[in-house]
Design a protein around this ligand. Sequence first.
Ligand code: ARG
Length: 407
Amino acid sequence: MSKIVLAYSGGLDTSVLLKKYALEGHEVVAITLDLGESDGTAGEGASAALDEVRDKALALGAKAAVLVDAKERFIEEMALPALRANAMYEGVYPLSAALSRPLIAALLVENAHEYGADAVAHGCTGKGNDQVRIELAVRALDPAISTLAPLRDEPLSRPDAIAFAKQHNVPVSSTIERPYSVDANLWGRSIEAGVLENPWTAPPEDAYAWTAAPAQRPAQSEAIEIAFDDGVPSYAGLRGAKMVAALNLIAGRHGVGRIDLVEDRVIGVKSREVYECPGSIALISAHKALERLVLTRDELRFKATIDQKYGELVYDGLWPSPLRGALDAFNAALAPRMNGRVRVRFHQGACTPEGTSSRFGLYDERLATYGHDDRFKHAAAEGFIHLWGLPLELAARVAHDAPQLVG
Ligand code: ARG
C-alpha cells in the first residue's frame, strides 16, 4: 500500500484508474485542476461541473480530493512567458495543451509533498506528448518522486474500461461515445482522433466548440484594442484569466483561431490535430505587431529564431530546461519597452492587427514619408550602397574575370 497523488480529470480512464488503486488498497489523493476549459464558451457551469468531479473522486474511494483553481497561475506562469516568446509550435499552434502539463506536474508534486506521497500518477497513454511533459517536469521538480503511468504500462481498451466501470459502479457518462479526444484550457482547445485521423478529411463542424462556423459569423467586422504594459496584455480593463476568457468569446464569435495541423509529436510520429485558440491567437498577433513597432531590426531577427526554439522546448516537454529560463530572461530584458496599444480587427476567421501605437515606437513618420515633410537623407544612400555592395562586386569581378577594382 502506498500513497499516490493522481491527476484526475473525472473522465472514464482516470476514474477506472482511481477505482483500481483504491481496490488495491492504495491511498489516493485526487487532484483536479480548473484551467478554464469551459472558458471558450459563454455561460457553462464549469466550477459546478468540477465540484462534481471532486465528489466523484471521493465516491470512488479517494482519501482526499483537491480541486485547484489554477487559471490565474496558468496565465501568469505559463501563458504570459509563452506570449512574450510568441510561442507557436510549427509556426501555428499556440501550445495550449503543452503549456498546461508542467503546471499539472507542479501541482502533483506540491500535493505529494503536502500529503506525504512518494508517487504521482497520470492517465496519459504511451503515444502522446503529455506523458513526456508531465514526467520530465515532475523529475525536474523532485527527482525523488516516482511517476506512475498505468495506462501506458497496461493499456486499457475502451470496452475493457467500460466493463470494469460497470462491474465496480464507476459512473460512465452518457457522452462516452465521444467522436474526438479533446483537451482544453484558457489558451486553447485541441481536438484529435476519430475522423480527423485521416488527414484528407476536412475537420467537421462538430469538432469545434469555441469558434463560430463560417455561416454563423457576423457579417460585420469588429475591432478591439489590446494594451501592453511592460509586455503584460490587458483588454477592456481586464487582465489575466478574465481577459483571455473574454478574448476567447469575442474572437471565437468571428471564427478566429481555427488551426488544422499535421504535427510532429515528440515520440516521432506525425499526427493530425485540430485546434481552436481564439484568445491566444488574438494576443500573439497583437504582441507581434507591437514588437514590430518597438524592437530594432536586429532584435526582431534574432528573436524570431529564439521564439521558434522556445516553442520547440515547450512542445517537447523541456519546460524545466535552463535554456527556457535563459530565453525568459532575454524576453524580460525587452519587456520595459513593450508598452503600447494594438488595434486588432476580427472578421470571418481572420484576426488582423491594423493599428499600433507606443511611446517606445521606433517608427518615425518624417523618415518614412514620401510626402512633403521628408527628413530622410537621400544623398547618403549612394555611399551606403557602394560600401554595402562592395563584397558582392569583388566576388563578381573574380567570377567574371573582370578587372579588379584597384589595379
Ligand atoms: N497535440 C497537442 C499537444 O501535444 C494536443 C495534446 C492534447 N492532449 C490530449 N490529451 N488530448 O500539445
